[in-house]
Design a binder for this molecule. Structure first.
Ligand code: 13P
Ligand code: SF4
Length: 332
């Protein structure tokens, strides 16, 4: 019943229901567009619908609003990514000042899309660019051609993974020594995903001891000690493709958010061959907050012309942030 009402309202209001893969099953099932952060930014902003109802976290809804300012973007639940909350524009300025104190003045910033509009605008002011986990290597390739020190924010794990994959030296600002920072090609901000920190190299050892032929697939927000032991490292949609390409009898343990892993593959002949690579339940708490009731309420309030949780951005900030996001789309 609730699903029928949601569908009616979406049609009536010319709205598109969008959900990130980490959302609850009930939300993913009814969404008209699902994807990882890159796919959602690209496809939702290019959609013909005038309104976007975005089930995900704040920076994702903001990205659609930045890329398509003429659209109205609503979030059924205000949900923040804890990593994105680890940096704001003042922390960005402080970090740049810290780098300058080390004598590093020629800086090319790359911000992971998991950051707010103000941070993206700051990055654009310095000529930098946004990346997602799906296109980070291509963005790094472009950044390296600029011949400057790369400042990667806010996820130190993704920054370190990228550096390692490309044979570059990395260091973490406020953590590593001045010497290490000065020598590094990629200097990372000390932010991280609290969910992907839950996976450890010990979890991999556990599964390999139990099932010697098991494959391990992880997201690059995991620590280097985890990614270097894995068989496959990729963004959410890359993990989905990888796991679904495997023979149904192949066992695989996946290091990313629980909801996604849980619906990746059905049991084969009654046997579960897909495992969550953690003894804890790696749920993204804020991604899990949005329910079908929230989606319905959001649509009903749009209909009453009393919208709740609409994304509204400072025009100047949004214009600057768009430069860094547009550059990312051009490069990926
Ligand atoms: P994806 O780009 O893989 O969707 O990742 C976004 C995210 O927040 C992962 O934790
Ligand atoms: Fe943010 Fe981590 Fe949740 Fe992704 S899983 S939205 S990085 S807190």
């Amino acid at each position: 019943m609730i699903k029928i009402r949601i569908k009616e309202l979406l049609r009536e209001l010319d709205a598109l229901l969008v959900a990130h893969y980490y959302q609850r099953d009930e939300v993913v099932e009814i969404a008209e567009l699902t994807g990882d952060s890159l796919e959602l930014a690209r496809k939702a902003s290019a959609s013909e619908k005038s309104k976007i109802v975005f089930c995900g976290v704040g920076f994702m809804g903001q990205s659609v609003k930045i890329l398509a300012p003429q659209k109205r973007v609503f979030m059924p639940k205000i949900a923040c990514c804890s990593m994105a909350r680890m940096i704001d524009d003042s922390y960005f300025d402080t970090s740049i000042a810290q780098l300058k104190n080390y004598g590093i003045t020629d800086i090319f910033p790359i911000t992971y899309i998991n950051s707010n509009a103000e941070v993206k605008a700051k990055v654009a002011e310095l000529g930098g660019v946004v990346c997602t986990s799906a296109n980070a290597s291509k963005i790094l390739e472009y950044a390296l051609k600029q011949g400057k020190k790369i400042f990667f924010l806010p996820d130190y794990c993704l920054g370190q993974n990228l550096a390692r994959d490309n044979g570059l030296k990395s260091a973490i600002l406020s953590v590593d020594s001045a010497e290490k920072i000065k020598e590094a090609d990629v200097i990372c901000y000390y932010g991280f995903c609290s969910v992907h920190q839950l996976f450890s190299a010990k979890d991999i050892d556990f599964y390999r001891a139990k099932y010697p032929d098991i494959l391990i697939a992880v997201h690059p927000e995991c620590q280097v000690s985890v990614t270097e032991k894995a068989d496959f490292v990729g963004s959410t949609s890359q993990i989905i493709k990888f796991v679904q390409s495997l023979d149904s009898s192949q066992k695989v343990a996946v290091g990313t958010e629980f909801n996604l892993v849980n619906r990746l593959r059905p049991r084969a002949n009654g046997i579960q061959n897909t495992f969550v690579l953690s003894s804890t339940k790696p749920e993204c708490p804020t991604m899990n907050e949005t329910t079908l009731e929230d989606v319905l309420k959001c649509l009903e309030f749009i209909k009453k012309n009393q919208p709740i949780n609409e994304i509204l951005l400072d025009e100047n900030i949004a214009k600057k942030a768009k430069l860094a996001l547009d550059k990312m789309l051009e490069l990926s």
